[in-house]
Design a binder for this molecule. Sequence first.
Ligand SMILES: O=C(O)CCC(=O)C(=O)O
Ligand SMILES: [Fe+2]
Length: 262
Amino acid sequence: MDLVTERLDISSDIAPEQLAQFQRTGWLAAKGFFSAQETATIGAWTDQLLAMAEVPGEHMVYYEQSLKNPAAKVVQRIENFCPYHPAFDALVRGGRLERAAAALMGGEAILFKEKINFKMPGGAGFEPHQDQQAGWSVFTPIFVTALVCIDRATVENGCLEMTDAPRFAGLIGQEWTPLTDEEMKSFSLISVPTEPGDVLFFDSYAPHASKPNLTDAPRRILYLTYNLKADGDHRARYYAEKRANFPPEIEREVGKDYRFRV
Ligand SMILES: O=C(O)CCC(=O)C(=O)O
Ligand SMILES: [Fe+2]
């Protein structure tokens, strides 16, 4: 066990070499973090979330127009589901993922937000960005996200693209806009395909992007974002503000324009 985790009495499944990689690049790949059986269970819970009736004020379902069939509206993502799915909640809060995030941050972790990006057939990609660009600095200076691969993510269905650059300690672009070519001229993005059960951990300054899913099957990924507990519990305020500024479709006012920014 390395000094940081020993001092804070945080044990996790993150090996010393993985911690070193995270410290060098701001991200790491934990292959096979979850077993095939655990991953199948996570997939089944994800199906349950998708089947759950939408209720204003509860879990948040967002849709997009399919790029393969513009007449079709598909689920883009579901957020804020822990309060409505106890089994998911137990996985996300107080389990192995939270402990790993704690080990990477060097202190106890608390959940900031949870979402599943479905990237259905025809689901759009994501422009290069740092997650911290989405106005997160009003909450805390840094977050760590665990990306849990549910369906195999490939170049064809829009797996994550991460950087080969040394870790960034701050914003390299503007808030609320994707990174420009100029801002990215010192590094390139590399595709990081993942298998079901793999987990990528990355901090909120690690640039990343992904392509659309032009295959015929969904590419579901679970994202759990944590911050240091010592920096406060911001989850309720984050979702209250998001609900007000960018509500799920069933809570939208007719005729009002809502735009996803980053
Ligand atoms: O799911 C993806 O392809 C990337 C998602 C992402 O970067 C985000 O939601 O911030
Ligand atoms: Fe992101």
